[in-house]
Design a protein around this ligand. Structure first.
Ligand code: HEM
Length: 222
């Protein structure tokens, strides 16, 4: 049994004694009614934590990298000509925090774009591809523009569409302006030396070496 599992089972236990207005308490209610088992309860908490963690980290580091390497676009946002909401969607489209899906297995033979996929064959879909597809975004598909056409699949599609998307967007709309209004930041290494995070599914970077200084006139609190 993993430490995560044990910690989250303890959290669930504490919510039996003291329920609150939160997801764990809601799941505990379903466990008490017998709708879900303890394993399902804890695994759901693990899913939410895992799915909401590295994805959000990647979103922020990809956003910082996009804006620091395109200072003209950052200036447009700081000047109020482009909203942080638009920047959020542009980064999601241009540099999707999740690159590929986990394997999916069709239950029957299907043909997509002239390719036959047999039932049971593994399929890996790219969430990142649409945002850079010139057929959808034209010749600027591969360029970062803060207010670009923002059709993307970065939160997935269909029944498994990211349940945390509204939270991720809310975090982005708060954290990006808070950071950029408070700090002046520049990369400490050439952009091409920023190393990708080694992962087939996730699309982020290993580290973002940067020099961060307080912005003249910025309030100390965020
Ligand atoms: C920018 C940040 C995020 C990105 C890019 C993202 C992306 C995705 C994607 C692509 C999927 C679909 C996976 C699939 O097709 O199987 C997904 C599912 C999911 N996400 Fe997110 N996510 C983000 C933030 C979050 C947050 C903050 C939470 C929760 C706190 C979260 C919780 C989940 C869960 C629970 C699922 C599974 C939904 C299901 O299978 O029904 N995500 N996410």
């Amino acid at each position: 049994m993993s430490r995560w599992w044990t910690c989250l089972a303890e959290l669930a236990e504490s919510k039996v004694a003291e329920p609150g207005d939160d997801l764990t308490s809601l799941l505990v209610e379903h466990r008490t009614n017998g709708t879900i088992t303890l394993d399902e309860l804890v695994d759901t908490l693990i899913l939410v934590l895992a799915a909401g963690h590295q994805t959000t980290i990647n979103f922020f580091t990809n956003s910082l990298l996009a804006l620091l390497t395109h200072p003209d676009q950052l200036e447009l946002v700081r000047a109020g000509e482009v909203s942080w909401e638009a920047v959020t969607e542009s980064v999601l489209a241009w540099d999707s925090p999740v690159g590929q899906s986990p394997f999916r297995y069709p239950t029957q033979d299907i043909e997509i774009g002239g390719a036959l996929i047999r039932a049971g064959e593994p399929v890996m879909m790219s969430y990142a591809a649409l945002g850079r597809d010139p057929a959808h975004h034209g010749p600027l598909a591969a360029s970062f523009v803060a207010a670009r056409d923002t059709r993307h699949l970065s939160f997935g599609h269909g029944p498994h569409f990211c349940v945390g998307a509204p939270l991720a967007r809310l975090e982005a709309h708060i954290a990006l302006p808070a950071f950029f209004n408070r700090f002046d930041t520049e990369l400490a290494v050439p952009a091409k030396e920023v190393e990708p995070f080694p992962s087939l599914a996730l699309n982020g970077i290993r580290a973002l070496p940067a020099v961060i200084r307080p912005r003249a006139g910025a309030a100390a609190g965020v």
